[in-house]
Write a protein that binds this ligand. Structure first.
Ligand code: COA
Length: 173
């Protein structure tokens, strides 16, 4: 699968995925505001992104860069404490509209999750569960199946713009 993603992004050069830095927050907020109705207007997105940043290491952003430009981000949040059996939520992921369907989101999720798992294991814990929710009207379920091997485990009524699907993935070694 990674080979497929590499091939798709080949023309623009390989994307670089790294943990976000303070200076990346305006670009993260801009992409969030472009990608999610609930993240508009931009000042509201900026406030939320800054709040999440301030709660690191509970919440952590990674970004993906193509040809020197930030084209996407993912926000991982650890749930229920810094447990020995860690449960993390993929809280938000977005790729610039013009950069979608090129394997960039796939690379962003796989690389960031691997690095996140590394930090969890460094403290002597293990990653037990990855959770993600998405609106039933959104097509992201296919993306999460592909990138995380996640499956739908529940449906929550009337959350943001309607019902949400909860997906779980149990990343084995
Ligand atoms: C969801 C999102 C992050 C995917 O990023 P991307 O870079 O386009 O994803 P990739 O190209 O790496 O896709 C990898 C695979 O996931 C699946 N996939 C990606 N987007 C999909 C979609 N909209 N519907 C169904 N499957 C999708 C496909 O299987 C794809 O492989 P393919 O290109 O061979 O079909 C991007 O579409 C986005 O930012 N959307 C707006 C924000 C959003 O909806 N975020 C998620 C909901 S919270």
């Amino acid at each position: 699968m990674l080979r497929r993603a590499r091939r798709k992004v080949g023309k623009a050069g390989p994307p670089t995925v790294r943990p976000a830095r303070l200076g990346d927050l305006p670009e993260i907020a801009r992409i969030a505001s472009t990608s999610f109705r609930g993240m508009r207007p931009l000042p509201r997105a900026t406030k939320w992104v800054r709040c999440c940043w301030a709660s690191s290491p509970r919440c952590r952003y990674w970004i993906v860069i193509v040809e020197g430009q930030i084209v996407g981000y993912v926000l991982w949040t650890e749930k229920g404490g810094f447990r020995d059996k860690a449960v993390v939520e993929l809280e938000q992921v977005a790729v610039e509209p013009g950069a979608r369907r090129k394997g960039i989101g796939y690379r962003l999720i796989r690389t960031s999750l691997s690095q996140l798992r590394g930090t969890i294991e460094k403290r002597g814990a293990r990653l037990k569960l990855v959770e993600v929710t998405t609106g039933v009207g959104q097509s992201a379920v296919g993306f999460y199946r592909r990138t995380l091997g996640a499956r739908v485990v529940a449906r929550l009524p009337e959350v943001f713009d309607g019902d949400e699907r909860v997906l779980h993935a149990r990343p084995g070694r």
